[in-house]
Ligand binder design. Structure first.
Ligand SMILES: CN1CCN(Cc2ccc(Cn3ccc4ccc(-c5n[nH]c(N)c5C#N)cc43)cc2)CC1
Length: 242
């Protein structure tokens, strides 16, 4: 998979050279490039924002640098490998946005199957709306929100999405088994985990986990998942219409 990130704060993504994603990049499983949007400006001040038409607080990101950057990234030579299949060749262009669809594990799984993702990290009060229309001619455009709270830009959301997507790419996580029993993978929150010592500061590990009875352990874990989901996230339970 290829991932391109556009941001005016590219160093935000230095953390992606670490740990599992860093190893995946070194192993060639993940081709990730972070670019500074200002590289597509032409004035001395490398301007990317301006005042909003119609008034209002703050600044809006100018469309032209985005269009020039997306033109270049959406047509990178790697796509020539799929020159024959136009649809396969088109990237998925993701703009983090408080006005977007909410990012879930299902979104991560969907996006992890794509060939080429481009993340456009906005700042200020957002990006000129015409950029999203322009980008639709280059690929599938998705406005995606990390959740119902306001961040200062798209970088933190992009980091979270890349981590959630990246760990689903075959070969990134050493033991694919660990991707199965996770919160949200089966629609429920995960069961509690314990390790040595079996009693820690007078707190014992639940007896069933020491029993060796795998059927009883599986049943206890499922019960824990259901109980945790019922008390913490009833909205995830089937039949909940909240
Ligand atoms: C006219 N007014 C109407 C109210 N808006 C509100 C507003 C819009 C953006 C920002 C800052 N910002 C800029 C780019 C950008 C991308 C993602 C996110 C983001 N926030 N929360 C998530 N889950 C996010 C994600 N993912 C925030 C971003 C701040 C405040 C401004 C304009």
């Amino acid at each position: 998979m290829r991932i391109d990130v556009l941001s005016i704060f590219p160093s935000y993504f230095d953390g992606l050279t670490l740990s599992l994603l860093g190893k995946a990049r070194s192993a060639g499983i993940l081709d990730l490039t972070v670019r500074d949007l200002r590289d597509w400006t032409s004035d001395r001040h490398r301007t990317v924002d301006d005042t909003p038409y119609g008034g209002g607080a703050g600044m809006v990101m100018k469309p032209e640098p985005w269009a020039l950057a997306l033109d270049e990234l959406a047509a990178r030579p790697d796509d020539a490998a799929h020159a024959g299949d136009a649809e396969q060749n088109r990237p998925t262009i993701i703009f983090p946005s408080p006005a977007g669809e909410v990012f879930t594990q299902a979104t991560a799984r969907d996006l992890s199957s794509r060939e080429h993702l481009i993340f456009g990290c906005g700042r200020y009060e957002g990006i000129d709306e015409r950029v999203f229309e322009y980008a639709a001619a280059l690929g599938e455009v998705r406005l995606i929100s990390l959740g119902d709270y306001v961040l200062n830009g798209g970088e933190v959301a992009t980091m979270a999405m890349i981590e959630a997507i990246g760990r689903l790419i075959p070969g990134v996580v050493g033991n694919p088994e660990s991707l199965v029993e996770e919160s949200h993978e089966d629609g429920l929150l995960e069961y509690p985990s314990y390790t040595k010592p079996s009693t820690w500061r007078e707190r014992p590990v639940p007896e069933v986990l020491l029993s060796g009875n795998h059927a009883a352990i599986a049943a206890w874990r499922r019960d824990q998942q259901i109980e945790r989901t019922r008390t913490r996230r009833p909205d995830l339970l089937p039949g909940d219409d909240s």
